[in-house]
Design a protein around this ligand. Structure first.
Ligand SMILES: Cc1cc2nc3c(=O)[nH]c(=O)nc-3n(C[C@H](O)[C@H](O)[C@H](O)COP(=O)(O)OP(=O)(O)OC[C@H]3O[C@@H](n4cnc5c(N)ncnc54)[C@H](O)[C@@H]3O)c2cc1C
Length: 452
């Protein structure tokens, strides 16, 4: 059987490779690390989580839960591994990042149907069945090649074939450098277990911190104004620039975080989330930033409890590349002009770890069907998977931006339901029924493949 090429062994590529392999389809998996690294990855492991360790909410009937639940039912490898590497994080699924990547690497490496090639790919043969899953930090050479492949569709309209915005990552501190006498453990609104370390600030402490932050020096300050940020992942200094209290309504919001030592809600709170199972490191939740490292140390040590913090990683900022999928891809992630070439992961215009894994899973399932001479079946719109695909391939190409899964992407119920909780519960029920039907159909259909 001819091998499928999968490029990039990140979240989407690893999942896609395994989905092919479990259906008996051999894969050549190309990963450029460690030969060439990206600005955000730190290891040569597959499926490295480059920033936060959270795979979002596990509260039933939330949109992130629904997406993960559909993936569990469809047999996602990475979601299964995540469960085994979970660290306490209230109602969210957070993982030990090192363990998670090590386990994925181990499973993929020992898979007899997956051949691993540690090299940078810079050329795509559009006649070969290929999944491009090279992520937001796709190497420049391959980005140019993708532009070449996109050109005919690009010329059909005024919309650029690939786009980018800027994204940033949060700092991590060593646990034993946190002064525990200045902080307290709590979950917001006491939901789930009290797994977060909360650093409370009085108004005076907040003012000192705010003033230091807004004058701190950034990296590449001259380019500052030109940077095009992703709105849901803004650096703290950019949020602060928008008003004195903006941080208190964003990453430093104190609501629902009463200090058990005095029963009062602080003026502002910085939350720290456990990074790994050993609980020897914590990340500053939502504290991605673009300050010079020395400036970060100075400003972040003004946070109560972090006066002597040792930093394992400072915040950073990176370019984030994605293609104009509504223009370029069909509903099964194949290029309209080159149907043997598929895209998966963040590069196809989803945002987030789970969404990236989800599209990798779909690309793997679709590819395996094509190899078996069957047609690729898009998941139904009623599901979270289908709604995400619908957004990626049908959004307005003139203002296309990567998206997380939210209820806004799911179709509304036929009948109006006023109660929000009930409405979401019904949407989730319908989605899961739709998913089961799709899984059954995918097992049964055996029609001739299209051109690939
Ligand atoms: C700085 C940053 C921080 C982020 N933080 C978060 C976060 O906190 N939470 C969240 O949910 N999402 C976050 N994201 C978004 C996204 O979820 C992650 O980037 C996720 O890893 C995307 O998965 P992926 O499989 O698409 O890409 P990746 O996991 O990045 O995998 C792509 C792989 O392709 C390889 N590669 C690239 N070019 C080539 C080539 N030419 N040849 C061979 N191999 C190549 C890379 O080395 C990499 O291993 C962040 C993104 C960035 C850039």
């Amino acid at each position: 059987m001819k091998k499928v090429k999968i490029i990039g062994a990140g979240l989407a590529g690893s999942e896609a490779a395994w989905q092919c392999s479990r259906r008996g389809v051999p894969v050549e998996l190309y990963e450029m690390r460690p030969v060439r690294s990206t600005p955000a990855h730190q290891t040569s492991d597959f499926a490295e989580l480059v920033c936060s360790n959270s795979l979002k909410s596990e509260s039933e009937n939330t949109a992130p839960w629904l997406l993960k639940e559909e993936m569990r039912r469809a047999g996602s490898l990475l979601i299964e591994i995540a469960k085994g590497c979970a660290v306490p994080a209230g109602h969210a699924l957070a993982v030990d990042r090192a363990l998670f990547a090590a386990k994925v690497t181990e499973v993929i490496t020992r898979d007899p149907l997956i051949t691993i090639r540690r090299e940078e790919v810079s050329h795509i043969d559009e006649a070969e069945l290929t999944v491009i899953a090279t992520g937001p930090l796709t190497s420049d050479a391959l980005a140019n090649e993708i532009a070449r492949l996109s050109v005919s569709t690009h010329e059909a309209g005024p919309v650029p074939p690939h786009l980018y915005f800027y994204d940033s990552i949060s700092p991590i501190v060593e646990a034993d450098s946190i002064d525990m006498s200045k902080v307290y453990l709590a979950a917001r609104y006491d939901k789930g277990t009290a797994d977060y370390i909360n650093c409370p600030m009085s108004k005076e402490e907040y003012d000192v911190f705010y003033d230091a932050l807004t004058v701190a020096e950034s990296v590449e300050e001259k380019d500052w104004e030109k940077l095009n940020y992703f709105e849901s992942c803004l650096p703290i200094e950019e949020i602060a620039r928008r008003g004195r209290d903006t941080l208190r309504f964003g990453p430093m919001k104190p609501v629902g975080l009463r200090d058990p030592r005095n029963g009062k809600q602080p003026y502002a709170v910085v939350q720290l989330r456990q990074e790994n199972l050993r609980a020897d490191s914590y990340n500053l939740v939502g504290f991605q930033n673009h300050l010079k490292f020395g400036e970060q140390a100075r400003v972040l040590r003004l946070i109560p409890g972090l006066a002597n913090a040792r930093f394992l990683r400072f915040g950073q900022i990176h370019r984030n590349t994605y293609i104009n999928s509504p223009r370029l891809l069909d509903s099964t992630l194949r290029m309209k002009d080159h149907p043997a070439v598929m895209f998966a992961g963040q590069i196809c215009g989803v945002e987030g770890y789970v969404e990236s894994i989800a599209t990798g899973m779909l690309a793997g399932i679709h590819t395996a069907r094509l190899v078996a001479g069957e047609i690729a079946l898009a998941p139904p719109r009623v599901t979270a998977l289908g709604s995400l695909m619908n957004y990626v391939t049908n959004a307005d190409p003139r203002k296309f931006q990567p998206a997380n899964i939210t209820f806004d992407l799911l179709p509304p119920l036929e009948k109006k339901v006023r109660d929000r909780q009930l409405r979401r519960k019904l949407q989730c029920e319908l989605a899961l029924v739709g998913l089961e039907r799709w899984l059954d159909e995918a097992k049964q259909t055996a029609q001739p493949a299209m051109s690939a």
